[in-house]
Write a protein that binds this ligand. Sequence first.
Ligand SMILES: C[S@@+](CC[C@H](N)C(=O)[O-])C[C@H]1O[C@@H](n2cnc3c(N)ncnc32)[C@H](O)[C@@H]1O
Length: 165
Amino acid sequence: MKILKYEDLALKLNNKYFAHSCINKANTFSKILEKIEPKPISILEIGTYYGISTVILASVAPVLTVDIKKYKEFDFILKTISVPHPISQILIKDITDLELLLLDGFFDLVFIDAVHDYEHVKKDFTFCKKYGKILFHDADFEGVNKFLKEIGAKILTDKFAYWEK
Ligand SMILES: C[S@@+](CC[C@H](N)C(=O)[O-])C[C@H]1O[C@@H](n2cnc3c(N)ncnc32)[C@H](O)[C@@H]1O
């Protein structure tokens, strides 16, 4: 399995669409995904935006990605970047909307990258912790960092943290 990297996307996307994404030339996200064992077989992403991190995740496993908003760039990214696994998206008003929608859902990796403040991250985590393995972005944001310390998440880099049940 080849995990996509920044370079695989950047040429096809003319180096556009990367603002506000966790994906950059350092390829930290891809490197972290490479180290997760066993490899996930079903991934939930909270916070799609344009879908840049989504396509990287879909080079590992099928992805369900959720956002409060649909960006037209998401369709373009999906058309432009080929991935080996399917991607589906659900639009929600609040993370708790997923409770009924995902009653039988199985995910063995969750990526939380939506609103980076204490209350939102806590709410996202409270819903997702049952899935067992969670990767967080923007771990350096004050509220996020405070919450990550409370749950004993492992700070992987300045931007990423990981929690396992
Ligand atoms: C930082 S962007 C995600 C970037 C993307 N993960 C990437 O790295 O390419 C955050 C996204 O979270 C979405 N968002 C905001 N509130 C949300 C919520 N309550 N639930 C899910 N997504 C939310 C925003 O609309 C935005 O698209």
